[in-house]
Design a protein around this ligand. Structure first.
Ligand SMILES: Nc1nc2c(c(=O)[nH]1)N[C@H]1C(S)=C(S)[C@@H](COP(=O)(O)OP(=O)(O)OC[C@H]3O[C@@H](n4cnc5c(=O)[nH]c(N)nc54)[C@H](O)[C@@H]3O)O[C@H]1N2
Ligand SMILES: Nc1nc2c(c(=O)[nH]1)N[C@H]1C(S)=C(S)[C@@H](COP(=O)(O)OP(=O)(O)OC[C@H]3O[C@@H](n4cnc5c(=O)[nH]c(N)nc54)[C@H](O)[C@@H]3O)O[C@H]1N2
Ligand code: SF4
Ligand SMILES: [Mo]
Length: 719
């Protein structure tokens, strides 16, 4: 395995860029270009290039830790695992199964996410499981299911983007958050297509655009409705498409017509000529796409907002047709797969619903348990964290750092501290792990094999390239050991391929059907797009393993069998949508205000997001020198007019105060932001923690918190 390059994938974002890894004789790991993977064709951002730095023993956890007289001290695996099993059993005995909580992450492989969901429901029998993906794209998922009957990030591969006529990017700064993907948008423009970017800031992405609209944060819903109004008023509705392929148009149209362009201009700050220009650019070409990211989604009306953008696509006949459609740019490495296989509060594997009796029967059979023993749906991520220390007494946390990344973080930090028992599995001592009673050090991406599902719905194999250090175990081994200690000896294998084989069966027949996908196929193809049902002739697991066998000399003659292999589904909805009648559903939505409008006391809007050199809560990337040099700490981005009123100069510490708390960071003064808005990245803990300020107002459908807008005031800091 060592010394030769292993083709694998990046540990971080949803592009899941391909890379080659080589272990050097000196014991380090080198990243080299892997040109064959179509998503990035060799290109990597700085995070991916420097990812091996987190594998070194200087920064990672190397031993289990247990709390003893207030401090975390090294312990044996047996002691640490015993303590976790004891902590969870005691809670269950004293307070019942729902007093044990589980919190997962969208960075976990499909195998881990699947096993974590099963662990919660079969071993702990708790309904209280959710994950950080709820903070990420749950609003887009909810809107996609409403409209199309199915939620998959992009309904087409990224390589379709250069060939469409126009892309509207709503609240995505992909030049910083997915840098290698910018290539597709540059090619779009080289081919004569146009790019429209909607962002309150003139970001690096907006600088590439043919048209940049800078709405007031939290007004994307009104913006989309105003555009739909104009599509109707200008006679640009694709009547035939609406008749043949959609339902609910009349209600949605009536709702949109209340949003006159002048009214929308007043709400959003986007001028009527700009609205008209957007409609023209979107409707005139043969094909067009709308892509959303966290900007419009992380709002207390994110689901309706995405729904309004989908309505626009449907009215203009731009969905379920070649080179046209609505897509959501997912975020974490396995943000897509992580929510398909059961770590979400209301889901079972295969994107089945936990409250659907047929789904419960199917999955219970695969798990060998009584369907009635499966708990029902639990709380959403913020609600779960908010219940720590009250209804939920013990928490098992895997792959998230909510002390930094949850909204109203000071409150959540207090809730975490009030737990009877906290166990954290991580690769580093994150701010959340530092509060735990037991911390388990787990293997990382390069040291273990697993599947990931990228933003295109492409399931890919992230292969182990190096041997993990002594004393580290995988998340799968941890769950196996804990299950055994809690009395469930079987059903928690430690071999990822074995887990995947079970996941295939559990997902079979569900919306996210992986049953036709095998490790062997993934090793040979550059990923397979779900849904990919097993071929009809293939009723044993082994048969499909053999179908595409490269080293099978008889394969040439196996054409019949090969033809029976489902090719996967790169493009969705071309013939029909995934609704019962095959039609896409319009949703009648109307504009509503943000949860916390500015007032005299808190007159400025705060929005939050990312910078290119740091990842998420920073737990991993803040441990990489090169990335820290590029992005050393938090900042408050503000317009010169606002800075002048405040009396702050570039680099001066500025206090940002909301109803939840106060954060301090240096001023970064730029005309690239609206004068009524400040921006803070959320990658840091401590004084500059953006989430001390954010508002946990939840979207009623998706339960997504309003990370993207709250009311604040600014103060200068003396001394
Ligand atoms: N470098 C880096 N890359 C990452 C990540 C990271 O942490 N760092 N995280 C990954 C993950 S999990 C995710 S979810 C993605 C996120 O990827 P993006 O969604 O691209 O990232 P954000 O910076 O959160 O938000 C995007 C933009 O939304 C804008 N915005 C703020 N408020 C509004 C609003 O009300 N309306 C509109 N239209 N726009 C608004 C912000 O100004 C910002 O430029 O990135 C992934 N890639
Ligand atoms: N203000 C504000 N807050 C936000 C956002 C925002 O835009 N603004 N965005 C939200 C979004 S979109 C997201 S996705 C969340 C993300 O925020 P978090 O959930 O905190 O995500 P990470 O920082 O990636 O945390 C992952 C943790 O898991 C560890 N880890 C990595 N791989 C593994 C593994 O395989 N196993 C285990 N056990 N651990 C592992 C890492 O070291 C790290 O400590 O933040 C949300 N918070
Ligand atoms: S863009 Fe995302 S997947 Fe690609 S190298 Fe950077 S962090 Fe990794
Ligand atoms: Mo995310």
């Amino acid at each position: 395995m060592q010394n030769t390059a292993t083709p694998t994938h990046c540990p971080y974002c949803a592009l899941q860029c391909g890379m080659n890894l080589t272990a050097t004789p000196e014991g380090t790991v080198e990243v080299s270009e892997r040109a064959d993977f179509p998503v990035n064709r060799g290109a990597l951002c700085g995070k991916g290039r420097t990812a091996p730095a987190v594998l070194s023993s200087g920064v990672r956890l190397t031993s289990p830790l247990v709390r003893s007289e207030g401090t975390l001290v090294p312990a044996s695996w047996d002691e640490a695992l015993d303590r976790i099993a004891e902590g969870l059993s005691r809670t269950r005995t004293e307070h019942g199964p729902d007093a044990c909580g589980v919190f997962g992450g969208g960075g976990l492989t499909n195998e881990k996410a699947y096993t974590l969901g099963k662990f919660a429901r079969v071993v702990l029998r708790t309904s209280q499981i959710d994950y950080n993906g709820r903070f990420c794209m749950s609003s887009a998922a909810a809107a996609g299911i409403k409209a199309f009957g199915l939620d998959r990030g992009l309904p087409f591969p990224l390589e379709d983007i250069p060939k469409t006529g126009c892309v509207i990017l709503v609240g995505s700064n992909l030049a910083e958050t997915m840098p290698p993907s910018l290539r597709f948008f540059n090619e779009l423009r080289e081919n004569g297509g146009t790019l429209i970017v909607i962002d309150p800031r003139r970001t690096k992405t907006a600088e590439q655009a043919d048209l940049h609209l800078a709405p007031r944060p939290g007004t994307d819903l009104a913006l989309a409705l105003g555009l739909l109004h104009l599509v109707v008023a200008e006679g640009r509705v694709d009547e035939e498409y609406v008749r043949e392929r959609t339902s609910g148009w009349e209600e949605a149209r009536a709702a949109a017509m209340a949003h006159w362009p002048e009214y929308v201009e007043r709400i959003t700050g986007v001028s009527v000529p700009q609205l008209r220009e957007t409609v023209r650019m979107f409707c005139e070409p043969e094909s067009a796409m709308v892509l959303t990211a966290r900007g419009p989604e992380q709002q207390s009306k994110g689901t309706d907002t995405v729904g309004a953008w989908i309505n626009l696509c449907l009215a203009a006949g731009r969905a379920g047709r070649p080179l046209s459609g609505y897509g959501c740019l997912t975020g974490q490495g396995n943000g897509q797969g992580g929510r398909e296989h059961g770590q979400k509060a209301d889901q079972l594997p295969g994107y089945r619903k936990l409250d659907d009796p047929a789904a419960r029967r199917h999955v219970a059979e695969v798990w060998g348990v009584d369907p009635d023993s499966l708990p029902g749906p639990g709380r959403s991520a913020y609600e779960l964290l908010d219940a720590l220390g009250t209804d939920i007494k013990s928490l098992l946390l895997m792959a998230s750092n909510p002390v930094v990344s949850a909204p109203r973080a000071a409150h959540i930090e207090e809730r975490i501290k009030s737990l009877d028992f906290l166990a954290v599995c991580d690769v580093v001592l994150s701010e959340t792990a530092a509060l735990a009673d037991v911390v388990l050090p787990v293997t990382q991406w390069a040291e273990e094999t697993g599947t990931m599902t990228n933003l295109e719905g492409r399931v890919l194999l992230r292969k182990r390239a190096i041997t993990p250090p002594e004393g580290i175990r995988s998340d799968l081994e941890v769950m196996h050991e804990l299950a055994a200690r809690l009395g469930v000896e079987k059903g928690f294998p430690t071999d990822p391929e074995e887990v995947f084989e079970e996941l295939r069966r559990a997902s079979a027949g569900g919306p996210a059907d992986y049953s036709g996908i095998t490790y062997r196929r993934l090793a040979e193809e550059n990923g397979v797009f779900w849904p990919c049902p097993a071929a009809e002739t293939d009723d044993s697991e082994d048969a499909s393993l053999d179908v595409r066998g490269a080293d099978d000399p008889a394969q040439e003659q196996d054409d019949d069998l090969a033809a029976a292999v489902h090719p996967g589904t790169p493009r969705l909805f071309l013939d029909r949508f995934a609704t019962p009648d095959g039609r896409a559903r319009f949703v009648p939505v109307v504009h509503r205000a943000i949860a916390e409008e500015p007032d005299d006391e808190y007159p400025v809007l705060l929005t939050t997001g990312r910078v290119v050199a740091q990842y998420q809560s920073g737990a991993q990337t803040r441990r990489v020198d090169e990335l820290n040099a590029a992005a050393p700490g938090p900042f408050v981005e503000l317009h010169p007019r606002l800075a002048e009123r405040l009396g702050a100069a570039e680099g001066d510490p500025v206090a940002v105060v909301s109803r939840r708390g106060r954060a301090v960071a240096p001023a970064r003064i730029t005309t690239a932001i609206r004068p009524d808005t400040v921006f803070m990245p959320f990658h840091w803990a401590g004084e500059g923690r953006a989430n001390t300020l954010t508002n946990p107002a939840l979207d009623p459908t998706s339960r997504m918190p309003e990370f993207k807008v709250c009311a604040v005031r600014l103060e200068t800091v003396r001394g």
